[in-house]
Ligand binder design. Structure first.
Ligand SMILES: Cc1cc2nc3c(=O)[nH]c(=O)nc-3n(C[C@H](O)[C@H](O)[C@H](O)COP(=O)(O)OP(=O)(O)OC[C@H]3O[C@@H](n4cnc5c(N)ncnc54)[C@H](O)[C@@H]3O)c2cc1C
Length: 409
């Protein structure tokens, strides 16, 4: 048996984050008789709510577990339904949280600041960490102040949303970026709703070449058909034939359509989109609403682009500060746990559906009983799909349940 249990009372599992993966993990853990607590910094599914106006490109059947669908009951979307984030929350994640709350604690507005062990410091038991017998200790920040909890098992399901990367050259902030851009400038704007006024008839520069950038470019180009002074510059670091590389025979048609539409807008003559491939962002100046961006572009050299808005859609990165006092071995390129990262770096497919959840060993680190599960497990690698996280939940919790059989209440 791995370390961590101090008595034969119920095994306590602390889950950080009530996103799609944290909730599914809580359902499985609590149903298995584990004493389960979920800590969520906002409301349940806070991240998904944040991009609630965006349509998922994977169908509902891939974004939910059989266990979860059975628990929620009858009025569910069809397996093939393509939901927006808001629809996913309303039709599935909220009802799922309500079911989970029947057998587990869900603490909303409770941000986990740090996790360590009660009496084993990071530098101790190097190479022998499995000998640790003390529980985990969590520091939690709530509106009412700080509190602590202890647990035998910790699953970090806190995702990467909200911890954005930078648009500046080299992936670090360019001069002016930290003062002139705020959190909302790194999100996908809701052009049909709350963000319409801010973007209509403006010149927007989109930086990035992933699906979020593609979503914004397509939506802004559509906006330009209704607000004729809307202009759009699209900056990508890579300089291939198109901004996004399509997945060959993509099994997700909605994703294929998005990629095709964005790529077409980038390359077709007379398009509203001015695509600048291979471009480096050197600096920002001005004030919100009247921004100047200095760029270095192959063939056009250094120049300044004037823009009303800038959207940095360059992806997210894991917040590793939560577990920095534990022995978690990370990949130096993606900042995901090393074994999973190594197996992902060996994958050449751009199709995340082609990836499996890995085996249990890829989710284990030197720190026994601490697991990073869900989108955070991929670090900066953006190919994560909910389906992969659902497989990870099964692998980790089957192991936990097996290992601690007979100890649960
Ligand atoms: C715009 C967009 C579209 C996407 N579309 C798809 C798609 O179509 N199909 C697909 O499979 N995947 C998609 N993804 C990728 C990914 O599957 C989703 O991001 C998914 O929400 C990840 O689930 P998660 O539970 O791992 O993390 P999250 O959904 O990010 O949930 C993490 C939760 O942890 C909370 N949290 C964070 N830090 C703390 C802390 N310190 N303490 C307590 N709580 C904390 C957050 O508030 C959040 O509620 C998309 C992602 C984005 C951004």
């Amino acid at each position: 048996m791995s370390g961590g249990l101090t008595s034969a009372s119920a095994v306590r599992v602390a889950i950080i984050g009530a996103g799609p993966i944290g909730l599914e993990a809580a359902l499985k853990a609590s149903r298995a008789g584990l004493d389960t607590a979920v800590y969520e910094r906002g409301r349940t599914a806070e991240s998904v709510r944040d991009w609630g106006h965006v349509q998922l490109f994977s169908p509902f059947g891939l974004n939910s577990s059989t266990r979860g669908r059975e628990a929620v009951g009858s009025s569910l979307p069809g397996d093939g339904a393509l939901l927006t984030g808001d629809e996913f929350v309303e039709s599935y994640l909220e009802p799922l949280a309500a079911v989970v709350a029947g057998s587990a604690e869900i603490h909303e507005r409770s941000s986990v600041v740090a996790v360590s062990r009660e009496s084993t410091w990071k530098h101790q038991l190097v190479g022998r960490r499995r000998e640790a017998t003390d529980r985990f200790r969590l520091l939690i920040e709530t509106p009412g102040g700080e509190t602590t909890d202890s647990a035998d098992i910790v699953l970090d399901c806190s995702g990467t949303w909200g911890n954005h990367r930078w648009i500046g050259a080299g992936g670090m902030p360019c001069p002016g970026e930290r003062t002139l851009l705020g959190g909302e400038d790194y999100r996908i704007p809701n052009l049909e709703g709350s963000d319409r006024e801010r973007f209509a008839d403006q010149h927007t520069v989109v930086v990035g070449s992933g699906h979020s950038a593609a979503t914004s470019v397509v939506a802004l180009a559509e906006m330009a058909t209704r607000f004729s002074s809307t202009r759009l510059t699209w900056i990508t670091l890579a300089g291939g034939a198109t901004p996004l590389e399509p997945v060959v025979d993509d099994p997700l048609p909605a994703r294929a359509e998005l990629v095709a539409a964005a790529n077409r807008l980038a390359v077709e003559t007379g398009s509203v989109v001015d695509w600048c491939p291979g471009c480096l962002v050197l600096g920002l100046d001005g004030q919100p609403g009247q921004l100047s961006m200095e760029v270095d572009e192959p063939g056009r050299g250094r120049r300044v682009i004037q823009a009303g808005r800038i959207l940095g859609q360059v992806g997210f990165r894991p917040d590793r500060s939560v577990y920095e006092e534990l022995q978690v071995q990370e990949c130096y390129a993606t900042a995901g746990p090393i074994r999973l990262a190594a197996s992902l770096l060996g994958e050449t497919s751009t199709d995340c559906l082609a990836q499996g959840g890995g085996d249990l060993a890829t989710l284990q680190s030197p720190e026994p009983d601490f697991y990073i599960v869900g989108s955070k497990s991929y670090g900066r690698d953006a190919r994560f799909l909910i389906r992969v996280g659902l497989e990870q939940v099964e692998l980790v919790l089957d192991h936990v349940i097996d290992t601690h059989a007979g100890v649960t209440a």
